[in-house]
Write a protein that binds this ligand. Structure first.
Ligand code: PLP
Length: 524
């Protein structure tokens, strides 16, 4: 094989010089200055959000395409200094953001962040490793294993989830959706290996996150939104209890028995701890008692898991020993920037057995002897995400994280109490004691279908008015109609508003202010 001639190399370097391209100089001379400027920009942004700058409404007032129409159609031919782009970020990008870091952002579960997490992200990008294999960066794998073990201990999870346990371990996935998909694929693979060739069924509550159905679509159990697959496989939604929106486990038992009788094989149940709509908690002990070990039990605690740093909030974990896997997102409520989902399993071999593909170019001298995290996930490549969580844990320590969680839960309890005490509102589902989510609605008569629809419309309009103020952002969901009406297909579900507390900069004072805004709007 012939390499480039000396002349060609000389020619190349001339081209680089003529074009002003000097990567090494870029990495030293201007990098620190540009990096400082970017950090200052973030600091100014956070300061404006915390101060409640009225020029930054929580949700921008704009039409689709507004920003696109202000951006050049093509990439610049000639490069420009980073400071020019930073100026555009402040002028064009920031005003077009929905401000997830705003202290009055209560719409979805938060996408948390914090200074140490941002520093961790920066370091991850700067160190620039791809930790797909242990050998492609031992530190990436080993720090991740240690951080997962720290968190297992910090949350009071079973020791069978530890990386140094016989069969278990944990890793960082991008999102809870990926964790659920990986768990379902492990369950499917286990069933196929056990020789089951017929239709496979999976279950979750009707209040579980849509990612469970999506996992079924990707894993081939379902073909469409009804959860049914062409071969009789299915993802089935188990009804929820009226009182607390948790899975009706008796109904789960009935559905599994029906499916078995029809020659199908139940392989997977996803228990939700802290549902998206109302923070409902499925009963792990009851689900465990009605499923045998051939059914993979996955626990989705995307938001709620963070609360378990506080021992007094661990009641929902009763029965967790039966779970085959569990995930939660520090990127929601534990000060770690998106994306960071922790997933544990007590059976790593089920994951690697389902997902391991080893072409020649991925073989190393340590293949099979170490943890290669590529076998635990969907993509091959993986970022060094453990750094940001490690930074958060080291900077705040568990003690400050507990304080942070407790102050949000306390704020939620207070908000719930105030709204319950105001007769214009109702709180249709009880708040579990660790929950930072308050679900409420304007109260009104619901004696007829017409009245129920009218009340829903009033609530939707009420939320739209609040959000249009730009001072706070709420979101909504629809929960089943209450009591006898829930089985009436004509009767509408209940439109409810969600005040999801948990933002990095949200204090109990902000929450009091938000509740005051809500009450004032109801008085108009
Ligand atoms: N599971 C639950 C209970 C959630 O509340 C959410 C999102 O809010 C998800 C899963 C999806 O999270 P992710 O974006 O990490 O996939």
């Amino acid at each position: 094989m012939s390499g480039p001639t000396d002349d060609a190399v000389r020619e190349d370097s001339t081209i680089e010089r003529q074009a002003g391209l000097n990567m090494a100089a870029d990495a030293s001379e201007t990098f620190v200055r540009d990096g400082r400027a970017a950090l200052s920009l973030i600091e100014r942004y956070w300061t404006r959000l915390i101060a409640g700058d009225p020029t930054l409404p929580v949700k921008p007032v704009m039409q689709p395409g507004d920003l696109m129409s202000r951006l050049p159609i093509s990439a610049p031919e000639a490069g420009e200094p980073i400071e020019v782009a930073l100026r555009d970020i402040e002028r064009e990008i920031v005003p077009a953001l929905t401000h997830w870091q705003h202290p009055h952002f209560y719409a979805y579960f938060p996408a948390n962040g914090s200074p140490p997490a941002v520093v961790g992200e920066l370091l991850s990008a700067g160190l620039g490793v791809n930790g797909m294999l242990w050998a492609t960066s031992p530190a990436a794998t080993e720090l991740e294993q240690r951080v997962l073990d720290w968190m297992q201990e910090a949350l009071g999870l079973p020791a069978t989830f530890r990386n140094n346990s016989q069969r278990g371990g944990g890793c960082i996935q991008g999102t809870a959706s990926e964790a659920t998909l990986v768990a379902l694929i492990a369950a499917r693979s286990r069933a196929r290996r056990a020789g089951h060739r017929g239709p496979l069924t999976a279950y979750c509550s009707a209040q579980a996150h849509s990612s469970v159905l999506k996992a079924g679509l990707i894993a081939g159990l379902a073909d469409g939104p009804d959860g049914v697959g062409h071969d009789g496989s299915a993802v089935r939604m188990v009804p929820v209890r009226d009182a607390d929106m948790a899975m009706d486990v008796k109904a789960l038992g009935t559905m599994m028995a029906e499916d078995r009788a029809a020659g199908k094989r139940p392989i997977f149940v996803c228990a939700t701890l802290g549902s998206t709509g109302t923070m409902a908690f499925d009963d792990l002990r009851a689900i465990g008692a009605c499923t045998d070990e051939s059914v993979w039990m996955h626990v989705d605690a995307a938001m709620a898991g963070a609360a378990w740093v506080c021992p007094e909030f661990r009641t929902p974990l009763e029965g967790i020993e039966r779970a085959d896997s569990l995930c939660f997102n520090p990127h929601k409520w534990l000060l770690t920037s998106f994306d960071c989902d922790l997933m544990w399993t007590r059976d790593c071999a089920a994951l690697t057995g389902a997902l391991s593909v080893t072409p020649e170019y991925l073989k190393t001298t340590t293949t099979g002897m170490v943890t290669d995290y590529r076998d635990w996930q969907i993509p091959l490549g993986r970022r060094f995400r453990a750094l940001k969580l490690w930074m958060v844990l080291r900077h705040y320590g568990l003690a400050q994280l507990r304080t942070y969680i407790r102050h949000h839960v306390q704020a939620a309890a207070e908000a719930e109490g105030t709204l319950r005490g105001d007769r214009r509102f109702e709180v249709p589902t009880p708040r579990e004691k660790s929950s930072p989510l308050v679900v409420f609605r304007l109260a009104g008569p619901e004696r007829t279908i017409g009245e129920a629809k009218m009340l829903n419309a009033q609530n939707a309009e009420f939320m739209a008015r609040l959000n249009a103020s730009g001072r706070l952002l709420l979101s909504h969901t629809v929960i089943p109609a209450a009591g006898a009406h829930r089985d009436d297909p004509q009767w509408p579900g209940r439109y409810v508003l969600r005040l999801a507390i948990g933002g990095t900069f949200t204090t109990s004072e902000h929450v009091r202010e938000a509740v005051a805004m809500i009450r004032a709007e109801a008085g108009r």
